[in-house]
Design a protein around this ligand. Structure first.
Ligand code: HEM
Length: 238
């Protein structure tokens, strides 16, 4: 009923995500029997260390060690058992009933984030500022880009951010993009460890702060929600 490296069913809509937890901050409720509601799926990402996932329906126990994830099915009783050092997060997804529309979380802030992106582009080179920030965010990043043609990469990044800003995940072009990026960044291809996406998102936000004269903390929160939806799908494909 649960499985590491198991793919989520296609077409689920990203919903909320948890905070990042360490072994000291994992909420007690996650360490006791609990279950996701009908139609709700979860992906537990282990960024550092490991944790034991206990499926209380089957009795299976599975140690999930970084960098790895485990897919959590709706309604399956389970709990986490701490085994030592840990940094993790849980991303949530939902099935859609016939009447539901697949709105990206953050749809309410679409126009605001879109206008912010346009202001950034009027001020400077979004992708250039982004890569200067991202490559300096951790010594782990630059080695991934050792062979990269940055003129080409800046354009690809800029176009993908624009699509993530402008379209909901229901949009076929947007969905195709994040599915393809999920594939290309996964462990069998570029092997981008899911914890690095936190640096990616922080770097996007620093770029917006540097280029948008109308930046506010609230605007940044809207950017985070908006980008997170596509990111969740890419990360779940790791
Ligand atoms: C939501 C987050 C991200 C988006 C939207 C994104 C977008 C893209 C796009 C559009 C490409 C070019 C198409 C492809 O090769 O698949 C690409 C390539 C790449 N990305 Fe990402 N990316 C994200 C996160 C990351 C992270 C966290 C890393 C960590 C280092 C990373 C590393 C790379 C590398 C190494 C390439 C290949 C560069 C080359 O061609 O040499 N990406 N990404």
């Amino acid at each position: 009923m649960t499985g590491a490296t198991e793919r989520l069913p296609a077409g689920l809509a990203p919903s909320s995500g948890s905070l990042n937890f360490t072994e000291d901050t994992v909420p007690a409720v996650l360490q006791q029997e609990h279950r996701l509601a009908p139609g709700r799926w979860g992906v537990l990402h282990v960024f550092e260390g490991s944790v034991r996932f206990v499926n209380l329906e089957t009795g299976d126990e599975h140690d999930v060690s970084a960098p790895d994830l485990i897919t959590i099915h709706p309604q399956v009783p389970h709990k986490l058992h701490l085994t030592g050092r840990l940094r993790c997060r849980v991303d949530f997804f939902r099935e859609l009933d016939d009447n539901a529309t697949m709105r990206t979380p953050g749809s309410f802030a679409n126009d605001e984030v879109h206008r912010s992106f346009q202001r950034c582009e009027a001020t400077g080179d979004f992708a250039d500022t982004f890569y200067n920030t991202f490559l300096n965010s951790s010594p782990e990043i630059a080695p991934h880009f050792a062979q990269t043609d940055f003129a080409r990469q800046r354009k690809l990044l800029r176009d993908s951010v624009q699509l993530m800003v402008a379209r909901d995940v229901a949009d076929p072009e947007m969905r195709a993009l994040v599915n393809q990026l999920g594939e290309s960044h996964s462990r069998t291809k570029r092997n981008i460890a899911p914890r690095l996406y936190e640096l990616w998102l922080d770097s996007i936000c620093e770029t917006v702060k540097a280029l948008d004269s109308e930046w506010t903390a609230e605007l940044e929160a809207h950017w985070r929600v908006r980008m997170r939806a596509g990111m969740q799908i890419i990360m779940a494909a790791y």
